[in-house]
Design a protein around this ligand. Structure first.
Ligand SMILES: Cc1cc2nc3c(=O)[nH]c(=O)nc-3n(C[C@H](O)[C@H](O)[C@H](O)COP(=O)(O)OP(=O)(O)OC[C@H]3O[C@@H](n4cnc5c(N)ncnc54)[C@H](O)[C@@H]3O)c2cc1C
Length: 442
């Protein structure tokens, strides 16, 4: 323990890391954000999490809650404050195979969750990256490889266990604390430190994973490709979920489009081929590859320590009902600007839109596509100019993919009655705004 820090309670002895500790370098930063916290606390269970939070608060500066450290919008590290790192709470348990009930610690990575469930023939649709933590994703949404077939991760949460600002450890589900249960599934980072969640997993065997590379040509050709990809996805069976990613080609060179697609239905009798084939025609194909793979292969775990290795630290998120010609043109034109270095569409729709918008604090249930545009922080004003042109085509946003803060962003993330309801609940559960590192609800 660092001598400048006040004494820790006995239960946390050896579980606090300060700057002079050999473990500090591996723990100070996130994947996107750099940090220099005064202390990182490493609780191993819910009781220790409550003690760690109380201790962190007693230091009187910023308190960050961290699960996997992959926060883009949420800041799970800070300068001079405390980080409550839940990575030790990483147990994955099948509670009831017949009912597909599972319990997952908030500190587990989604890749490990996939590995633990696969022998049972189960999976949870999470995201596209195995290193992302359970806690940050399951409290925000969870747009992943199986989104059109199974919906968002929050749609399958049946109970949440969390430490509240007053130190109590509660369980929220449809019967107990139903308001809190609603709020945590979309805005969870504002309400407590989630220690574990229960979910209903899906029966999942091998899936077909296809990677297609296209020469996207100039902006007009790239726009045509976006429209064509969108049209395929809107009419495709739900078993298909796909991402379309653009990298600008640079002056005088073709842009490159990368389509990743997952077919998660029964691949027999040519169904996978029939579903994937229309994607081959969305533009001039350069390369294609499709493999039958177990779901965990789609979300490998790297185990690499965080050192803010993601340079695209400025991102914008928008949701779209349809990929119209005008919207596609606005996205493609940004490829020419040299200001926006990556743009990625994800298909949502399908099962995501089966949910009642009032069922979870993530309330966007009409849109078919999510778009994220990213750049380096030095070019953020160029990204903003692009985003201003795109704004008329957008309908809401997903906070996990947006680095902006402020009231307008919140209003787009939590439309209509959602934001006032969240603010009222924030007064009830966290009146002192202890959990302020996610997005400022107050
Ligand atoms: C490479 C990469 C790929 C991604 N892919 C996807 C994707 O496919 N789909 C998708 O939906 N999202 C994706 N995301 C976004 C990701 O879901 C969010 O950034 C999420 O917050 C990361 O979770 P984490 O636990 O790793 O984050 P952390 O950095 O640990 O936490 C981020 C914030 O979440 C909150 N939080 C974390 N843990 C808890 C907890 N236990 N209780 C309460 N609040 C908590 C805190 O406010 C914290 O500041 C991706 C992000 C990255 C960097």
């Amino acid at each position: 323990m660092t001598s400048t820090l006040p004494p820790v309670p006995p239960s946390l002895a050896g579980r606090i890391v300060g700057p002079d500790d050999a473990r500090y370098e591996r723990l100070r930063h996130g994947y996107v954000h750099r940090g220099a916290p005064a202390a990182v606390l490493l609780p191993e269970d819910a009781a220790q999490t409550a003690e760690a939070l109380a201790y962190a608060r007693s230091l009187g500066s910023a308190v960050s809650v961290r699960s996997g450290g992959h926060g883009i919008s949420g800041r799970s590290t800070n300068d001079g404050g405390a980080v409550v790192d839940l990575s030790r709470l990483d147990e994955v348990r099948v509670l009831d195979r017949a009912r597909r009930r599972i319990r997952v610690g908030a500190g587990a990575r989604w890749g490990r969750v996939a590995q633990a469930l696969a022998p049972h023939g189960l999976a949870v649709s999470s995201g596209d990256t195995g290193d992302v933590g359970v806690g940050g994703l399951v409290t925000a949404g969870g747009m992943g490889w199986l989104a059109r077939l199974h919906g968002l991760t929050v749609d399958h949460v049946t109970a949440v266990e969390l430490v509240l600002a007053d130190g109590t450890h509660v369980r929220a589900d449809a019967e107990r604390e139903p308001d809190l249960f609603w709020a945590v599934r979309g805005a969870g980072g504002n309400f407590g430190a989630v220690t574990a969640v229960e979910l209903r997993a899906h029966e999942t065997g091998d899936v077909v994973f296809a990677n297609l590379v296209f020469d996207a040509g100039n902006a007009a050709e790239a726009a045509a490709l976006i429209e064509a990809w969108g049209a395929v996805l809107e009419t495709a069976p739900r078993e298909l979920t796909s991402f379309l990613t653009f990298m600008p080609g640079g002056p005088g060179r073709s842009h490159v489009a990368h389509v990743a697609a997952v077919y998660a239905g029964n691949a027999e009798h040519g169904a996978a081929e029939r579903t994937l084939t229309p994607l081959l025609g969305v533009g001039p194909l350069v390369r294609q590859r499709a493999v039958l793979a177990p779901y965990p292969a789609l979300v490998p775990v790297s185990g690499v320590a965080h050192h803010a290795q993601q340079p695209l630290g400025a991102t914008r998120s928008g949701l779209l009902d349809h990929l119209t010609a005008d919207a596609a043109r606005a996205v493609a034109e940004a490829l020419e600007s040299g200001q926006v270095l990556m743009q990625q569409f994800r298909s949502v729709g399908g099962a995501v839109n089966d949910m009642d918008p009032a069922a979870t604090a993530y309330a966007h249930r009409t849109q078919n596509f999510s778009l994220m545009s990213a750049t380096v922080p030095e070019r953020e004003s160029g990204l903003d100019a692009h985003w201003a042109r795109l704004a008329p085509h957008l309908n809401g946003l997903y906070l996990s993919f947006d680095t902006r803060r402020g009231p307008r962003v919140l209003a787009e993330a939590f439309p209509g009655p959602v934001l006032p309801r969240l603010r009222a609940l924030k007064e009830r559960y966290d009146p002192e705004n202890v959990f302020d590192r996610n997005f400022p609800l107050k």
